[in-house]
Design a protein around this ligand. Structure first.
Ligand SMILES: [Zn+2]
Length: 89
């Protein structure tokens, strides 16, 4: 069994393989390890042009992977609650 060293994970590099936004929070993702970590908030203004629908899809994508630290998972859940929760009818 080949062992991938999670410490070589690309999401530990600056921006990983790709970045997904959930609201103003940015998550760097590693495709190989299926991990993500939060790299900060409001670093790039692109999120202002995005929609809650896109952020929901990003949460779905991120949820396939694992947070690098429990804190990264908490930030994703908080971002989901802040930006993606369905509007009260
Ligand atoms: Zn990785």
């Amino acid at each position: 069994m080949s062992s991938l060293n999670i410490n070589e994970c690309k999401c530990e590099e600056e921006f990983g393989d790709f970045i997904l936004n959930v609201g103003r929070q940015h998550f760097a993702c590693c495709k190989l390890h299926e991990t993500y970590r939060c790299i900060g908030e409001n670093l790039f203004s692109g999120w202002l042009e995005e929609s809650a629908d896109l952020w929901r899809r990003n949460v779905d994508t991120l949820s396939i992977g694992r947070p690098r630290t429990p804190e990264d998972g908490k930030i994703l859940l908080a971002a989901y609650a802040d930006y993606c929760a369905p509007q009260a009818a």
